[in-house]
Design a protein around this ligand. Structure first.
Ligand code: UD1
Ligand code: CA
Length: 449
């Protein structure tokens, strides 16, 4: 059954004390709302609608950056969770299948949990609500279950003493057939303590219409919501703990797990070794047997089998390291392919470039890729030998098996097998320094008197 995702993200997040909308604050290297989208990865997702309000333009831009297919619906005024869901109706008109309501500030719902909700739908429940047994039920909405059926959800503010004693709480996540969900939501009123349109009211409305509701239970940890910077920091710590445990479980060596930081989508292969103090930004794949040495920062890159990176290397978006490539200390690679067995070992910047198989790029080599307006490409042929401190003024190409002498500023293409030499001429002046040094010393003696 196809399922559309409706992610509520219109709230301001006042307690973040921030000019940015809450759902754009980053968790594991990506905006918080991206985690809610990832919760749906086990479903057959038909369409994704993000309901935004505060900071609409910024949220829309971030959604675009993630995935062009996300529809961002506007909720002009925050009049309650049912009102928020109603804003997704237009975007889902004519989309067959179910819809599940998720929250941009609730990042840890497991895909398996949503699959369990889909299974409950398949077993015949019209409305499926996700609940949890709260250690401290506090101000959560309470799920009223009678004879195995969910009969209503009561908000804390509107609950009686007896209802407040219920420990089974509402996570807010709801699944139903999309058209049914919107029909129910349209019938919700705002006659309650907060004067808001409560999504939770749909359970009672469904019951009055002869539709059955059921609650699926998850661990409280999954429903953790983020409202403050402290909660964001705690969520980050939780995410990292799990990501480290998962990596170790998958056969990755982490020498000091607590110092390695993963992004939401980091993929590391079996038998890879990650040394201490490594930070992964989004979009990184490290294949089996590769080694990321200490103090590296990687984002948007691919490190193939048996490649070695670092210590102290930075791989930026578009860095593609083939098998056995070596990128050493204080090297930055951006939008560049380093072919199999090639080495860029010391103090280099390689950007918008191709480095061919088994090429050796000497210390301090720089691709001068930017003219202030445009970026240009550098090609370094297979088996070439680039002397230390070569400046490649792009666009430029070094042929296969060519070499550049130390300190050469390469401004023209170098044919295969050729040598390029282009550096300041050096003179030797016999005895010059000895005479100069004596004069300087004599002057100092006179001054000191
Ligand atoms: C809601 C539930 C409550 C549940 C709790 C779990 C309702 C009425 N109550 O209460 O039963 O226990 O979540 O955390 O649903 N939002 C919008 N637009 C709005 C209102 C809210 O986008 O007009 C978004 C908020 O940004 C937030 C989420 O929906 O991410 C939940 O809204 P919030 O007002 O925090 O609901 P709670 O009072 O916590
Ligand atoms: Ca809340």
């Amino acid at each position: 059954m196809p399922v559309s995702l409706i992610v509520l993200a219109a709230g301001q997040g006042t307690r973040m004390q921030s000019d940015r909308p809450k759902v754009l604050h980053e968790l594991a290297g990506v905006p918080m709302f991206v985690h809610a989208l990832a919760s749906g990865r086990g479903l057959d997702v038909a369409r994704t609608v993000l309901v935004a309000g505060h900071g609409f333009e910024a949220v829309e831009k971030a959604a675009r950056a993630q995935d062009d297919d996300i529809v961002v619906a506007r909720q002009g005024e925050q009049r309650g969770t049912a009102h928020a869901v109603a804003q997704a109706a237009e975007a889902l008109a004519g989309v067959a299948g179910d819809a599940v309501v998720l929250y941009g500030d609730t990042p840890f719902i497991r895909p398996e949990t949503l699959e369990a909700m889909a299974a409950a739908r398949a077993e015949g429940a019209d409305v499926v609500v996700l609940g949890f047994d709260a250690a401290d039920p506090g101000r959560y909405g309470r799920l009223v279950v009678e004879a195995g059926a969910l009969t209503r959800i009561v908000e804390f503010k509107d609950a009686t003493e007896a209802e407040r004693a219920i420990g089974f709480c509402n996570s807010g996540v709801v699944m139903a057939e999309a058209s049914v969900l919107f029909d129910l939501v349209a019938a919700v009123g705002n006659d309650n303590a907060a004067g808001e349109y409560y999504l939770t009211d749909i359970v009672e409305i469904a019951r009055a219409r002869g539709l059955a509701s059921t609650a699926v239970r998850c661990d409280e940890a999954e429903t953790l919501g983020i409202n403050t910077r402290a909660e964001l920091a705690r969520a980050e710590a939780l995410f990292q703990d799990r990501a480290r445990a998962e990596a170790l479980g998958d056969g990755v060596t982490l020498i000091a797990p607590e110092t390695v930081f993963f992004a939401q989508d980091t993929v590391v292969g079996r038998d890879a070794v990650i040394e201490p103090n490594v930070v992964f930004g989004p979009g990184v794949t490290v294949e089996t047997g590769a080694r990321i040495r200490a103090f590296c920062h990687l984002e948007g890159c691919h490190v193939s089998r048996d490649a070695v990176v670092g210590p102290y290397a930075r791989l930026r978006p578009g860095a593609e390291l083939a098998e056995g490539a070596k990128v050493g200390n204080f090297v930055e690679i951006k939008q560049a392919e380093i072919a199999a067995g090639a080495k860029v070992n010391h103090l280099s910047y390689i950007g918008d470039a191709f480095v061919g198989e088994n090429a050796n790029v000497g210390a301090g080599t720089i691709t001068c890729n930017y003219d202030g307006v445009f970026k240009h490409h550098s090609h370094i042929g297979a088996h070439s030998f680039i002397g230390s401190n070569t400046m490649l003024v792009a666009p430029v190409s070094i042929g296969d098996g060519a070499m550049t002498a130390t300190g050469t500023v390469v401004t023209r293409n170098v044919p295969a097998g050729a040598m390029a030499v282009g550096r300041a001429r050096m003179d030797i002046k016999d005895g010059f320094w000895t005479r100069m040094y004596e004069k300087l010393k004599a002057r100092k003696v006179r001054q000191d008197k």
